[in-house]
Design a protein around this ligand. Structure first.
Ligand code: T5A
Length: 233
């Protein structure tokens, strides 16, 4: 990177099922895209090979092997995603908005899935290394509301003839989703310099306002050229 190349910015969106992350990734991308090159991506996935692993993971292929094996597969997908998409985009000075990243492994396979925190931390060290998010927005929502949103979306998709059965993690018991919420809140509390907790129970416009406020506070200058623009669909 030369002195004149703008530094890349890495923002991750985390939280439970149906919390509204994808909706807000798209909205923030529209806002920032007015003056910065923005790459939107997701985990698991984001690269061709990682999307193949996603399909297997969400179908529950690795579930019988337990949370450590699942964490290894999420990590394999993350390695490819980092190497092929995230690191090159950041090196080019782009803004990378990623729907889920390392905190989902901490919460889903670690806190809620029962995988030892030391094992999760060791994986994170070797897989993520120094490519840690500049900002992580943690969408906080009662899991019953999030799952209801996901079910309502699935009903709409089924009405249009698509198959929309709950995936491997949506199908977990409510107690699992309650542990997830606690885990994400604990991450936000433990790493306040990186994380901002966003109240995701409000309507999409109010959540978008909270996202913009967090970006303005934590990444001064990133939104400056977009003042007065709307990101509404
Ligand atoms: N996983 C992932 C792990 O276990 N370990 C890992 O390391 C990683 C990276 C991924 C699964 O993999 C797990 C976690 C996940 O279970 P996914 O399909 O990508 O699977 O799952 P989610 O990220 O949970 O995706 P969702 O689409 O279900 O949730 P979002 O993105 O939070 O929600 P969104 O924006 O799609 O919105 C859901 C519905 O609600 C509406 C939307 O229109 C949509 O219909 N909505 C709102 N409704 C009311 N008010 C609002 N503010 C709303 N915002 C959106």
């Amino acid at each position: 990177m030369t002195a004149s190349t703008p530094r890349g910015v890495f923002i991750t969106f985390e939280g439970g099922e149906g919390a509204g992350k994808s909706t807000q990734v798209a909205r923030l991308a529209r806002t920032l895209g007015a003056h910065r090159t923005v790459t939107t991506t997701r985990e698991p996935g984001g690269s061709t090979r990682a999307e193949e692993i996603r399909t297997a993971l969400l179908a529950g292929v690795a579930k019988p092997y337990g949370p450590f094996a699942e964490a290894l597969l999420f990590s394999a997908a993350r390695i490819d995603h980092l190497d092929r998409l995230i690191r090159p985009a950041l090196a080019s000075g782009e803004v990378v908005l990623c729907d889920r990243f390392m905190d989902s492994t901490r919460a889903y396979q670690g806190a809620a899935g029962g995988l030892d925190a030391e094992a999760v931390a060791a994986l994170e060290r070797v897989v993520v290394g120094p490519t840690r998010p500049d900002l992580t927005l943690i969408f906080d929502l009662d899991p019953e509301i999030g799952l209801a949103r996901a079910r309502a979306r699935a009903a709409g998709q089924e009405a249009q003839g698509a198959q929309a059965a709950p995936d491997r993690f949506e199908a977990e018991a409510l107690a699992f989703h309650a542990r997830l919420r606690d885990a994400f809140r604990a991450i936000a509390q433990a790493e306040p310099a990186r994380c901002v907790l966003v109240d995701a129970a409000r309507d999409p416009d109010a959540v978008a306002d909270a996202v913009r406020a967090a970006v303005a506070a934590r990444l001064p200058g990133l939104l400056d050229d977009t003042e007065g623009r709307t990101d509404a669909a």
